[in-house]
Design a protein around this ligand. Structure first.
Ligand code: F0G
Length: 463
């Protein structure tokens, strides 16, 4: 083809208005929300990049599928279509539907972890970490060293540190009931994990009889990075690559709100019959019967179609390119971001952008507030508000202070992204005047969702 422009591979059939607000209105909205973007009303947000989870646009084929939802309590056709889709990709024997990813985590950890256990992972996401810690076990993050240096270029910064994995298993015999790899590594910048790394991690785990699980929320995006960056995969389809990724592990947890292209749903999948039975028992207790697991039949249909659509090459090419497009503009403008751009999000390195704000005053949180104040953009802090609070109540600064701009799937167009870039360039010019924030009131776990904060010096932007 003589044309290079990568277009959105869809046209728009249904639209949803978004609304401009004035700066004064946003100032007021922030005050009312306790300077916590999670507590804003969505109608007061112009471009919502809080998360890529459950916020995607469904296709006409998904909506059509939903009309065929079989709402039978047990043995619904919708379940078998869902199971077949998940099974084709993962190859696992037991596919256990859940209402979202964290329910799969809770059931898996509830069936495997005891107090004192250790779960190594390249990087746990917030709910995964919280679910491990809830069992009085330790969630141990062991990404490769390159993964902790935002500006460093590396094709697979999401890789797990293999030496550290082997070390934690050998030094804690009987205390590591499972290991995990998160693809892509969300808290580490949406960075991919290579096939070689998954294969090698599996060899280590296999040798020590420790089952390895994938946190597979963004498996398709990870497969695309393998296809485009890892030798030997250029001619393989995303489906074949995903199948190979899953072939090296004992099971997975999955949030279908990401690469399931659905608004709700998830699953736990595994081969071990005994563990599957224990998980299903727990599922019945808290989610529902194993052929619906807390979902409506129509949700299962949406996921079955979504799992197929997400592996489409045109979709993945556009998806990864649209995130990189923003990354390229910001890089050109000298705005520090995690390099290279991730699969589902751009992560601004707030520590580098706002060196005058100490970590104790939450620079990434402060920056996310200013992006809303100036441009009506909602992002999320992945820094010391999210991760600074330790299980014993003490405070430890997070490894990185990031602002994540997560892209809902198939929702925003290139002109939305151009607007976003304009706001970021504008805010970058104000950076020396941005002030830190303080926590006024916070719960003892997962504080970022409901904490109330305040500007540390009266104003978010000083004179
Ligand atoms: N694992 C990862 C890597 C995630 O990113 C998420 C959710 C989960 C597990 C939990 O899945 O939301 O369906 O219960 N991440 C969202 C985000 C919320 O904004 O990144 P869930």
């Amino acid at each position: 083809m003589p044309f290079k422009t990568i277009i959105e591979p869809f046209r728009i059939k249904t639209v949803e208005p978004i609304r401009h607000t004035t700066r004064t209105e946003r100032e007021q909205a922030l005050k009312e929300a306790g300077y916590n973007l999670f507590l804003l009303k969505a109608k007061d947000v112009l471009i919502d990049l809080l998360t890529d989870s459950g916020t995607g646009a469904m296709s006409s084929a998904q909506w059509a599928g939903m009309m065929q939802g079989d709402e039978s309590y047990a043995g619904a056709d919708s379940f078998y279509r869902f199971e077949a889709a998940a099974c084709e990709i993962t190859g696992f024997k037991h596919i256990i539907p859940t209402h979202q990813g964290r329910a799969a985590e809770r059931i898996l950890f509830g069936s495997t972890l005891k107090p004192g256990h250790i779960v190594p992972n390249n990087t746990h996401f917030d709910t995964t970490r919280a679910n491990v810690e809830y069992r009085q076990a330790t969630a141990l993050d062991i990404p490769i060293a390159e993964g902790r240096q935002p500006q460093l270029q590396h094709p697979f910064k999401g890789n797990i540190d293999l030496a550290a994995l082997e070390q934690v298993i050998t030094e804690n015999p009987g205390q590591v009931p499972l290991a995990m790899i998160t693809v892509t590594n969300n808290s580490g910048g949406g960075q991919p994990v290579s096939m070689a790394n998954i294969r090698a991690a599996n060899e280590i785990c296999h040798r020590h009889d420790v089952p390895l699980f994938l946190d597979a929320c963004r498996f398709a995006e990870n497969a695309w990075f393998i296809k485009t960056r890892e030798e030997g995969y250029a001619d393989r389809t995303p489906l074949e690559i995903a199948q190979e990724m899953f072939s090296y592990v004992a099971g997975c947890t999955m949030s279908a709100k990401k690469d399931g292209l659905a608004n709700i749903g998830g699953f736990l999948a595994l081969n071990d019959d005994d563990l599957a039975q224990r998980c299903k028992n727990m599922l019945i207790l808290t989610e529902g019967f194993p052929t619906y697991g807390g979902l409506a039949g129509y949700d299962l249909e949406a996921i079955a179609v979504g799992l197929h659509e997400v592996l489409d090459e045109d979709y993945l090419r556009y998806r990864i390119r649209s995130v990189a497009y923003l990354g390229d503009i910001l890089t050109r403008e000298g705005i520090p971001i995690v390099q290279p751009p991730g699969g589902h999000a751009i992560y601004i390195d707030a520590k580098a952008m706002l060196p005058h704000i100490p970590q104790s005053e939450y620079p990434a949180w402060a920056l996310s507030l200013v992006l809303y104040l100036e441009g009506g953009i909602r992002s999320v802090e992945i820094g010391s508000v999210m991760f600074g609070q330790q299980p014993d109540g003490s405070e430890k600064p997070a490894a990185m202070e990031l602002v994540r701009l997560a892209f809902p799937r198939r929702v925003y167009t290139q002109s939305h992204v151009d607007y976003l870039a304009e706001v970021l360039v504008y805010v970058n010019k104000l950076r020396d005047r941005i002030r830190g924030v303080a926590i006024v009131d916070a719960p003892s776990i997962l504080r970022h969702f409901t904490a109330r904060l305040a500007p540390a010096y009266n104003e978010l932007i000083g004179g």
